[in-house]
Design a protein around this ligand. Sequence first.
Ligand code: FIX
Ligand code: ZN
Length: 435
Amino acid sequence: MPLERSQIRSAVHEAVQAQKIVDMHTHLYPPSFGTPVAHRGAQTDPNGLMLWGVDELVTYHYLIAEVYRVVPPSKLPYEQFWAMTRAQQADHIWQHLFVERSPVSEACRGIVTAIKKLGLDPNVTSLTPLREYFAEQDPSDYIDNVMKIAGVEKITMTNAVFDDNERQRWLDGDPRDPRFTGVLRIDPMLHDWASASKRMRPWGYKAKGDLGKNDVKEGRRFLSDWIGRIEAAYLAVSLPPTFRYPALKGDAEKAGNKVLEKIILPTCQEHNLPFAMMIGSSRAANPQLRDAGDMTGKADVQAVVRLCNDFPDNRFFVTMLSRENQHELAVAARKFGNLMVFGCWWFINNPSLITEVTKMRVELLGTSFIPQHSDARILDQLVYKWDHSRRIVADVLTTKYEDLADAGWSVEAGPIARDVRFYLRDNFLEFLKGK
Ligand code: FIX
Ligand code: ZN
């Protein structure tokens, strides 16, 4: 039954709110990876990887960067901040970004949304009452609760197996959790094969670092072993703005390209797995800010075009960090069915840019892209990252279906719900499966 134009907005928002999401990129973990957060009954693990609760929310690296704009290092030296406890850091951030100023930035507003949707009052000057709620939670039950509020069906992890803490947890036992999907993250292999291969040797992979036949064999064996161990849905890497394919200069870039051509892409093909490239992050622009110190930069979309062209049997997920790369990337996706554009990554993940980028992608790619991933590092962020993004995606789609109706198409609720399912779930799952 065709909708009246005036009914389209509510039909779209209803469909987007109702659709369960498969979140294709997060840094989240289940309790089996340990948690440093104090909670009902169980012991904490200071190096645990499952982060959740108000102190972790408020000290998310986005807010650390923002509080240092208000209280500069001349007033609070970096090493003094890093020496504080999590709770002391959170109190410092809350005081300066929420009490003495309004939390209008996207990262701050997100915390207000999350706390509110968890049924708590964010209008507090002290975090103590909020801490009491989280201390009462059982981590695994809390994951179910957060996934329910956020409408998330499945969480895709980022398993950085060159991180000793993460790798050892996989080797010590089987931390898999049915709510979470594994992803093999292998930045060191691409960025610095010489040192990555050196680290692989005591793990039983006799790679010499010369990228000869034996290195290729051992590198592929390493990836295959880990793909099996974590049941990886895809392989992933983040790349700097300087990433070029083919490499223009310097041995390191040439080596990285060779690892891509000889080790990573053939292994992805062998296991029928996509390869995700997250392009444009320059790490440690301000190293004293640690995770908060990374920067964005305009990258070369032609590298993506050449890879899609040269490896037609591989599938590529690609997201880019610079606003200036978004249009060219969307046009590239029009040329290659083995390229799936995804998400409004990191510094693009702000309402003004999500709106601009999603509108442009619908106009160029129709229903054949993945509008968003959460990139959540703290479990509770799922609540706000998806609340905010659902609203924006629904607003954009509303205008597009209204334009379609104006053109003479019979816009109906059923097809809208079908399209929304593609955007928020099935485009990802179908691309994983391949043709
Ligand atoms: O490389 C990545 O996966 C980035 O998303 C992270 O490094 C980054 O810190 C982040 O979480 C951005 O949202
Ligand atoms: Zn990420």
